[in-house]
Design a protein around this ligand. Sequence first.
Ligand code: ADE
Ligand code: ZN
Length: 328
Amino acid sequence: MNVADLPKVELHLHLEGAAPPKFIRRLAKEKSVDLSRIFDDGGNYAFENFAHFLQVYEAATSVLRTPQDFARLTQAVLEESAKNGVVYCETFLSPDFCGGGDVSAWREYLQAIQETATKAEKETGVTLRGIVTPIRHFGPEKAKRVARCAAETAGDWIVGLGMGGDEGQGRQGDFVYAFDMAREAGLRLTTHAGEFGGPESVWDAIRDLDVERIGHGVRAIEDPALVRELAAREITLECCPGSNIELGLYPTFEDHPMRALRDAGVPVSISTDDPPFFQTTMRREYSMIAQAYSWRESDFRALNECALNAAFCNEVTRERIRKILETK
Ligand code: ADE
Ligand code: ZN
């Protein structure tokens, strides 16, 4: 079997980051917003580096304004996931972009997203769950409001809290209050670390925030003691190699540390992060990784099992997805 055809579990996908440029251009036109500066001549998102990427990302997101806009986006994203053979996906959702951190506004956005996802699951076969996302460079106070949104809507659909944004701003430990609030509400925890921050950022994430997964985490490879710690504690890394390459962390898939981390016993999984920004898809990630590491079907099946074990969904959902993975 071509590995790109395998059924897939994706743990790290930003909903706004999955908006195709055409989708954002259409919304911008409808709302009479000039966003031409964020696109290149070919119509793709254009950015120079990580800081610029975050600016372009936020400019694109600025035309996603109403619950209905997010409902349309959810439908488009799930159709694309289905084309890529994704059967289970966890998506980052930002109350900062969905009502500015206000709990009752957030509930309206979430309802629109969740209703669309439930309907789309019947059409596409993709099961979606949400991870609420504080944005690090918006600061700890905004993160508390976001965590309150998360805590108020925690359940079988909102399953986690996961911080994104600029890892260069502040420390993981500045967000302890937000993460504690989410943990007390029964949410599972992850944070972006070891992407633009070094190994110390991953140490902070596991010591100060006590997360059970790490978004990216790949720069852990620079510290052998940290690699051993991640392996011993079975902390799963949400690896997004195509994203790391496009943002300039590593020149090629061959240079990416995912293989070395896996060989050292760290649980790793494969995701796309913000696929249209990095001109990638889950099918492409699988193909590129297979080529770079000579990984075969059995390796990718094991990676999906690892991802499913680390998924934040309830056990009924996990076992249902496990059956789908086994029969496809
Ligand atoms: N938000 C969207 N994509 C991100 C990334 N790769 N790192 C941090 N925050 C993000
Ligand atoms: Zn991310």
